[in-house]
Ligand binder design. Structure first.
Ligand SMILES: NC(=O)c1ccc[n+]([C@@H]2O[C@H](COP(=O)([O-])OP(=O)(O)OC[C@H]3O[C@@H](n4cnc5c(N)ncnc54)[C@H](OP(=O)(O)O)[C@@H]3O)[C@@H](O)[C@H]2O)c1
Length: 239
């Protein structure tokens, strides 16, 4: 059986990925988000708010006796508060760090600890963002949190050969500009708080966004053949 732990399965990229995985034989998915509209015999949903660090710390990863592969996909993400620093709501800053950086870091730690003795294929795939690699004004907390996720992934990947016997493949991947609820939210931002909003509206009008399904196919490529990817930081637009 191929086991997957995937956060952010209620919509967008996460939901598309789960649907593709469950179309395959011998797969089982554990999903995590506040909402859920997926039902399948091989899907189990945890209703959880990943902004709640205490609840994240209580999560556990079960042992498997029949695993052929085990994967963790940290896909949940949110922009938090949009606007220039000085005009942000404190809780919006906190939430951006919690869901985009803290929760995935805790889950990575638990995953590696839980499966360090398992000799099967193990992959951690974090859904990051180009925003973690370039400055986008008005997205400070989101940019900083995704940059933290990238660095946490790079350090954890570098440690794999040094500290653990049975390697876990670790990646942090930018999905490009994807036609999901997150982009709907971006386009609705007041220009006063996000001067670049028209660029995102134009991208949508000019059909420049990729679909969640296209991105899910790229994520599956990494999950299926992690040994083919040498870098920790990936971008779906490069393969
Ligand atoms: N769309 C893009 O253009 C784009 C670009 C770069 C990076 N990304 C990244 O891609 C990933 C997926 O985003 P998407 O585009 O598919 O956006 P989306 O449609 O808004 O989906 C976001 C997912 O994250 C979950 N989530 C958000 N806050 C959460 C919380 N506090 N606790 C638990 N789950 C939470 C949501 O579930 P609930 O609301 O039900 O909890 C939802 O399932 C994110 O990490 C995002 O940063 C997207």
């Amino acid at each position: 059986m191929h086991y997957y732990f995937i956060t952010g399965t209620s919509r967008g990229i996460g939901k598309a990925l789960v649907e593709k995985i469950l179309d395959r034989k011998d797969t089982y998915v554990f999903g995590y988000s506040r909402g859920c509209n997926l039902t399948h015999d091989n899907y189990y949903h945890f209703n959880i708010d990943l902004n709640n660090a205490e609840h994240v710390s209580e999560l556990t990863f079960p042992p498997f006796i029949d695993a052929e592969s085990i994967s963790l996909v940290n896909n949940s993400g949110a922009l938090g508060d949009i606007g220039p620093v000085g005009a942000l709501i404190d809780s919006g800053i906190a939430n951006a760090y919690l869901v985009n950086a803290l929760a995935p870091s805790i889950l990575m730690n638990k995953f590696i600890r839980s499966y360090q003795d398992d000799k099967v294929r193990k992959v951690i795939l974090n859904v990051s963002s180009g925003a973690g690699r370039h400055v986008i004004e008005s997205w400070s907390a989101y940019c900083a949190a995704k940059a933290a996720l990238d660095m946490f992934s790079q350090v954890a990947a570098a440690e794999q050969n040094e500290y653990w016997k049975n390697k876990t493949h670790i990646f942090s991947i930018a999905p490009g500009v994807v036609d999901t609820h997150m982009q709907d939210e971006i386009r609705l931002t007041d220009k006063e708080y996000f001067h670049d909003v028209n660029r995102f509206i134009e991208m949508k009008n000019n059909n420049k966004l990729s679909s969640a399904e296209e991105v899910a196919d790229k994520l599956l490529k990494v999950l299926d053949t992690p040994e083919k990817f040498d870098e920790v930081l990936l971008d779906v637009r490069n393969f």
